[in-house]
Design a protein. Structure first.
Length: 95
């Protein structure tokens, strides 16, 4: 018998990267790797400077930077990054 190998495909919207533990996924825009059936994979999203992680779609959900996927079929995950917005406070000078 051999363990069935299944694909985990990751896509990224915006500017950031996704890595996996155990290793195999390390990408910025799109990538995939194969893992043995039943593997538990932790995906971690990291935004580029000026961007923020917005959330997961597909086999992962929520807005935490990490998610866990159990490989029991070919699986797709999307990570969404959005531009960071900053508030600028300007002092008011009264005369």
């Amino acid at each position: 018998f051999t363990l069935q190998q299944l694909a985990l495909a990751v896509s990224v919207t915006g500017s950031g990267s996704v890595t996996s533990t155990p290793s195999g996924i390390d990408c910025g825009s799109a990538c995939s790797a194969t893992f043995a059936f039943g593997s538990v994979i932790t995906l971690t999203a990291a935004p580029e400077p000026g961007w923020a992680f917005s959330g997961w779609d597909g086999a992962c959900t929520g807005s935490a930077a990490s998610c866990v996927v159990t490989i029991d079929q070919a699986t797709s995950v999307s990570a969404v990054f959005v531009r960071s917005s900053y508030s600028i406070f300007l002092p008011v000078i009264l005369r």
